[in-house]
Design a protein around this ligand. Structure first.
Ligand code: AMP
Length: 402
């Protein structure tokens, strides 16, 4: 049986259909510019034989979902004979707040809880829910499961999620660390444990998700123990366009003395900082690397700041394991592909017992141990697979609910 995975954004829907017997992707696609002129419909079957890329009018999510369900059972381009082959639908949902701490069936009551989290993720939860509603109306008789970016971090202890603020802000306003990219951290941590033959519930590692968004997690005994993103998605290591950790005094200075509006400050720290702001060039790590190699000083500085922050978080998180650190795992666009950044970050980690092997590290997008044979802590590259993790979770929750 197959699981349909849906990642619904405000103007886009990403999807994959996954066969749960062999965990293979049957087909995948991306609909863009939903509700805007010149919508784009992308579809590809597993063997790459059937590819569709065309401009279509996609006025809303419901129409988009209908297009997806039509193409996957289309006699020519499709990969299934009928929608009866779909055993369940997994929906990526960004925020589950404090009340949802695992993947759940999308019952009326749980959908209400997700709606209550809209103030925490105003840009993400509403379009996620639009996708849920649209697919549920087309496939009302299969289980729909929500898989949350925040859920993996629900195991963090109080000392990780409480800020040094007056406790009232937690009690009254639930201001705390939530953490994100949970599906990715969980996937690579479980995979890392399996590769090293260590029981998942005894595995200690630091997972380094480095894409356009960046977050690191201290995984202790297979569970999230601390993570670098917080109440929102702007802190921790500098990202493509986000600043990462900032002294709050800077924000007050921008507001009070530089007379910037809240909107301007938000725009600066969210859209114009990080690699883009520091280099003055681009949020894309490839561009920054290229410029640094050509002698651009600010690009070189951006790379150094990025690696310095990454190193600092790995060091800090290593001290939280209460025992052996087994591995440091790199994933997502930069983590999987950027050989030079991995090397820059790992330089100096010998102090933790982690030694990178330059030759082994010369890979992109492969699952591989890239530390030296005598490295006590393994350094690993594991391509993330959030869609498969969502499918596995959907399958598990659907089975348990029978
Ligand atoms: P993601 O958000 O996971 O898609 O990752 C996007 C980031 O990965 C961007 O900063 C890209 O520049 C970076 N990236 C992708 N491929 C490479 C590569 N070959 N070398 C360096 N960075 C890369």
């Amino acid at each position: 049986m197959d699981i349909l995975v849906i990642n619904s954004g405000s103007s886009s829907i990403k999807f994959q259909l996954i066969n749960m017997h062999n965990k293979k992707v049957l087909c995948k696609g991306l609909l863009e510019r939903i509700g805007i002129a010149d919508g784009i419909f992308n579809y590809e079957s597993h063997d790459g034989k059937d590819k569709i890329k065309e401009t279509r009018d996609i006025p809303n999510h419901r129409v988009g979902i209908k297009m997806i369900l039509d193409v996957i059972q289309d006699p020519k381009a499709g990969v299934i004979k009928s929608l009866d082959e779909i055993e369940g639908v997994g929906h990526r949902i960004v925020h589950g707040g404090e009340k949802i701490n695992t993947s759940v069936l999308l019952t009326e009551a749980n959908i209400k809880l997700i709606e209550e989290c809209i103030p925490l993720a105003p840009l993400h939860n509403p379009p996620n829910l639009m996708g849920v509603e649209a697919v549920k109306s087309e496939l009302p008789n299969v289980p729909h499961v929500g898989v949350f970016d925040t859920a993996f971090h629900a195991t963090m202890p109080e000392e990780s999620y409480i800020y040094g603020l007056n406790y009232e802000y937690y009690e009254k306003h639930r201001i705390r660390r939530f953490g994100f990219h949970g599906t990715s951290h969980q996937y690579v941590a479980e995979k890392g444990a399996d590769i090293l033959g260590i029981p998942r519930d005894q595995f200690n590692c630091v997972t380094c998700h480095m894409g356009n968004g960046v977050s690191f997690t201290a995984v202790k005994n297979g569970k999230s123990f601390d993570t670098s993103l917080g109440y929102g998605t702007m802190c921790g290591i500098p990202m493509g366009t986000r600043a990462g950790d900032l002294d709050p005094a800077i924000l007050l200075h921008m507001l009070d003395n530089l007379k910037m509006s809240t909107k301007d400050v938000h725009n600066q720290i969210y859209n114009n900082s990080g690699l883009k702001g520091m280099s003055g060039l681009s949020n894309d790590m490839r561009d920054v690397q290229k410029a640094a190699a050509e002698g651009n000083k600010r690009a070189e500085l951006a790379l150094e700041v990025f690696a310095h922050a990454a190193k600092k978080y790995i060091g800090a998180f290593s001290t939280l394991m209460g025992g052996t650190l087994h591995a440091i795992i790199f994933t997502a666009g930069i983590g999987e592909n950027d050989i030079a950044t991995r090397e820059r970050i790992c330089n100096g980690l010998e102090v933790l017992g982690a030694r990178i092997d330059k030759k082994k590290n010369d890979i992109r997008g492969e699952e591989k141990i890239v530390s030296t044979d005598d490295s006590r802590v393994k350094i690993m590259v594991i391509p993330t697979n959030e869609e498969l993790m969502i499918a596995l979770e959907t399958h598990r929750v659907a089975e348990e609910s029978h």
